[in-house]
Design a binder for this molecule. Structure first.
Ligand code: NAI
Length: 422
């Protein structure tokens, strides 16, 4: 692969011969799971530098100047300013779910796709929620707390099987659907609510509105993203609409539940329990104190945002993101990139592949084709995808034409980056 970004690099790239994977520097920060290193080594990359912690300032800029691929988790801040140093960077891998730590727009405008692992920990969250449903319905958190204090509460009061009870899932995406499937296997009736039209899995039943779902559910579990619409979507009115004696689970985002309203609903015993994994304000690290009005309730399971934190999820995240980086490097596919036009490309065996990333202004594709045509270069296949800002055109050509083609393409006005894959 060779990569060109500015005019000097264009000239350099135009005269470059094939660069092998072993020449490319991969920098992995924040103790990314060794499964990523294994996958990259297996993919032919040998220059892999790992750091246990995140980098910032001069150290981060230095790493960015040299790296072709950068892997981070949630702590490394890739601002627009920092990304200006990323001259060779072809792609960023966020080995986590969230991508707020990256200026996605700046990366896109620099022609750098960003990949993440949106569902590597889905199963982990679903399993925890399933366990919480059973624990809450049996009143275990409260009983457990009493025994820890030397008490004894042997009673069947407010203790229920989950079979035949109704689980209301708000946000029927990756996690919500997975929980629905598992809960049905326990004999629960599953109802859900989503803003998008969703295929109900198994016997799940879509509710007309949130209120309808709240009224019929014995347990309500929230699995929506953090958006303006989901901010405090469960507040005083929604809690009041829930069935008396029901339970609330939130393992989505802390902003979704009004915690003071939840505390009031627990205080009045309108709700019999809750399990909360995410909070409006979370401690910065394991040394910081956790403060919440919910700590006084025995019937609330509190967990430190670990819904998705399992060994299996870490392994899966390492494999999933590494695979996306390797695929992009091998054939230019940007499927599931979070900031970039998506193309799923076939192999280009026996040909060279040109990747041309450009500003999405009128006439670029015509310009590209004119340049190649004028140079007598035959196009074997062409793929295009655009978003509002950026266009991504992929062109397969004969090996013999690869270097002159790269030179021609890089001179097209509005070019952001050119790469060639052999
Ligand atoms: P997803 O994107 O697959 O599903 C979210 C669903 O919510 C989508 O179907 C979407 O249409 C729906 N939705 C959006 N706004 C809505 C609204 N106002 N009302 C009803 N539905 C709405 O996301 P996924 O992977 O299922 O994750 C769900 C949540 O779980 C996210 O907030 C994510 O950050 C969180 N999460 C938490 C973890 C933890 O450790 N506790 C780990 C992984 C994810």
């Amino acid at each position: 692969m060779s990569l060109a970004r500015n005019s000097k690099a264009v000239e350099r790239a135009a005269t470059q011969s094939e660069i092998s994977k072993s020449d490319l520097l991969v920098v992995l920060l924040e103790g990314i799971h060794p499964s990523a290193v294994d996958a990259l080594r297996h993919g032919g990359y040998t220059r892999i530098v790992t750091h246990a912690k995140s980098l910032a300032g001069i150290e981060l800029r230095a790493a960015l100047t040299e790296a072709t691929f950068l892997g981070i988790r949630s702590r490394t801040q890739l601002t627009g300013e920092v990304l200006q140093h990323a001259n060779r960077l072809a792609a960023i891998g966020c080995f986590c779910i969230g991508t707020n730590q990256v200026d996605l727009g700046a990366a896109m405008r620099l022609g750098i796709p960003v990949f993440n692992a949106p569902f590597s920990n889905t199963r982990s969250v679903a399993e925890l929620v399933l366990a919480q449903i059973i624990m809450l319905m049996r009143g275990i958190p409260e009983k457990n707390a009493v025994l820890h204090r030397g008490g004894w509460v042997k009673s069947a009061a407010h203790s229920y099987e989950v079979r035949g009870k109704t689980l209301g899932i708000v946000g029927y995406g990756h996690i919500g659907t997975q929980i629905g499937v598992l809960a049905e296997q326990l004999g629960m009736r599953v109802v859900f609510r989503d803003i998008e039209a969703k295929l109900p899995l198994g016997n799940a039943f879509e509710m007309a509105g949130l209120d309808e779902l709240l009224k019929v559910s014995d347990v309500v579990s929230l699995h929506v993203p953090e958006t303006a619409e989901t901010a405090n979507m469960i507040g005083t009115a929604q809690l009041a609409a829930m069935k008396p004696g029901s339970h609330l689970i939130n393992a989505s985002r802390g902003s979704v539940v009004d915690i003071d309203a939840l505390a009031a609903a627990l205080e009045s015993r309108h709700l019999h329990g809750a399990a909360i994994d995410v909070f409006p304000v979370e401690p910065q690290g394991n040394d910081s104190a956790f403060v919440s009005p919910l700590t006084r309730f025995d019937n609330v399971i509190l967990t430190p945002h670990i819904g998705g934190s399992t060994s299996e999820a870490q392994v899966n995240i390492g494999k999933e993101v590494a695979a996306k980086l390797i695929r992009y490097d091998n054939n230019g596919s940007t499927t599931s990139a979070v900031n970039f036009p998506e193309v799923a490309l076939p192999k280009h065996a026996g040909r060279s592949r040109l990747l041309h990333i450009h500003k999405n202004v009128p006439g670029v594709l015509a310009h590209v084709n004119e340049k190649l045509s004028a140079a007598g270069i035959n196009i074997a296949a062409q793929y295009l995808s655009t978003n509002a800002d950026v266009g991504y055109v992929v062109i397969d050509i004969d090996h013999a034409a690869s270097q002159p083609s790269l030179a021609e393409l890089c001179r097209v006005p509005a070019t952001i980056r050119c790469r060639i894959l052999y």
